[in-house]
Ligand binder design. Sequence first.
Ligand code: ZN
Length: 99
Amino acid sequence: MSEDGFDRLRRRSADVPVDRPRDPQGRRSLFSVSEQPAAVGAVTVSCSSCGLTSVATPRQALRLAVPSLHLPLVKRGHPSWMRCPACGARTWVRLGLRL
Ligand SMILES: [Zn+2]
């Protein structure tokens, strides 16, 4: 039932002409909503190197986490190896979710 609703929504948005923006303001406001970071679900990165805790959007965290290692069994305090947004070093960090 809900799947049918999604399908109908998607088909209607695909019918909107892309090359002729008749309502640029409306389109921009539509896009800005999807570009905004979510109010909940921010990712915190606690760095073992500089000791700071940074807050990143899930998208930023994803970029920082490539490449990354996650060894929760070996490194209990800071189990994730990735780039720290605060000091820029690739080091061991602890990831968290701010809800
Ligand atoms: Zn750091």
